[in-house]
Ligand binder design. Structure first.
Ligand code: LMR
Length: 395
């Protein structure tokens, strides 16, 4: 049965993280996977999560399945966090939201429903994008096509090229946006650029789909959804895939939500039924633990303000690391690295070639992706000099 199966190459992100773990080099530094690490090099558990978890353990009386649409406090709290109370009230009855296993599960369920709609359209993805978008959406049977997004020369968004490419997106097509903290580049659209995208969606009739994996890691919980809300204000249908992996540190709990903003109540009922049916077919039931914790944090004012403060401190620390890293690289090389401090979220492309990225790995034990994407949130006072020296050694 299995003897003829080929061994597949390791995942481009997880494979390098595993290679780093296995590396005996005492000076190794892992900047591969997108996980927030604190100053001690540990991915911390939010204090609000610990408190909500303790209460859950004390109060939980059953491990029976939760409903297929998910934990209601979580679904309501997250939908409001993403859309905002005002927009949610204005769209009462036309929003369908289903809890999913992480943000990946949300992208997948969104793609399943888009496929079921039989629009015959293509899914436009940014070049570059998070590599997992491609199998996650493509394996549903939707055709993918790229739009230009990042300009390695300016280290920013190539907005003219993006607009030019997306002029080809038509009614029935889906355009996948990164809501904030673009993965892998860290280069985000500004408010005017989002407005242009919203206008194009309205005029051309394509459906925006927004992957929102980092809300709160850019400029703040509210600011990070201004683009998404501009799309919602201008187009009748939007799909959002939200994740609590990063902003609540619930990586392993697989806590996500897919939101469909529909034209009318019947369409909302239909999308919810399609999403639940796809979930039943793929993994059957949503996982409860992380969603109940997140739902509790979102609905309890004390836990919520603790969580928001901790999240904002993480975001502030990433920005301090960005500025520090920029300064050290500029001093060491005399070159301009200001782009590092202008980007948002965890990631940055350092602009190294694949060969340079591989050399710093083998010669210095510095692990970044082959694309030279680094996780800025894995830098700390103990490793930042090693990282600068390694990068300078191949420039
Ligand atoms: C990443 O891009 O490193 C994260 O989103 C983690 C993952 O699953 O790839």
């Amino acid at each position: 049965m299995f003897d003829h199966l080929p061994v597949l190459p390791p995942d481009s992100i997880l494979g390098l993280a595993a290679a780093c773990r296995a590396d005996a080099n005492p000076n190794k530094v892992d900047l591969t996977i997108g996980i927030y690490m604190d100053e001690t090099g540990l991915c911390p558990v939010f204090d609000a999560v610990k408190q909500a978890q303790r209460a859950l353990i004390d109060e939980e009386v059953t491990k029976a399945y939760i409903p297929p649409q998910g934990d209601q406090a979580f679904v309501d709290g997250m939908t409001e966090l993403v859309l905002g109370a005002e927009r949610l009230a204005a769209r009462k009855g036309v929003v369908a939201a289903i809890q999913t296993p992480g943000g990946c599960g949300a992208v997948r369920l969104g793609a399943e429903v888009l496929k079921a709609s039989n629009s015959g359209g293509k899914v436009w993805i940014s070049d570059p994008t998070w590599p997992v978008h491609i199998p996650l959406i493509g394996s549903v049977g939707l055709e993918l096509t790229e739009y230009r997004y990042y300009d390695p020369l300016t280290h920013g968004v190539n907005f003219d090229a993006m607009v030019e490419d997306l002029k080809g997106a038509q009614k029935g097509d889906i355009v996948l946006f990164h809501g904030c903290c673009h993965n892998p580049s860290g280069a985000d659209l500004n408010a005017e650029q989002w407005q242009v995208m919203a206008q194009m969606a309205a005029e051309q009739g394509f459906t925006p789909m927004v992957d929102l994996a980092y809300q709160g890691f850019g400029d703040g919980l509210e600011q990070d959804v201004h683009g998404l809300r501009a799309l919602i204000d201008n187009t009748p249908e939007v799909v959002v895939a939200a994740s609590c992996s990063k902003n609540m540190g619930l990586y392993r709990e697989r806590t996500g939500l897919v939101i469909f903003i529909c034209k009318d109540e019947r369409a909302a009922e239909a999308t919810a039924s399609q999403a639940k049916s796809a979930a039943r077919r793929i993994y059957s039931m949503p996982p409860a633990h992380g969603a109940i914790i997140a739902g509790r944090i979102l609905s309890d004012p004390t836990l919520r303000s603790n969580w928001e403060a901790e999240l904002s401190a993480m975001c502030g620390r990433i920005n301090t690391l960005r500025a520090d890293f920029r300064d050290r690289l500029q001093v060491a090389t005399g070159r301009d690295f200001s782009f590092i401090a202008n980007e948002k979220g965890m990631f940055s492309f350092l602009g190294l070639s694949k060969e340079q990225a591989q050399r710093v790995r083998t010669e210095r034990g510095l692990y970044m992706l082959d694309s030279s994407r680094i996780n800025v949130a894995s830098l700390n006072n103990r490793n930042i000099d090693k990282v600068v020296e390694a990068v300078v050694s191949v420039l």
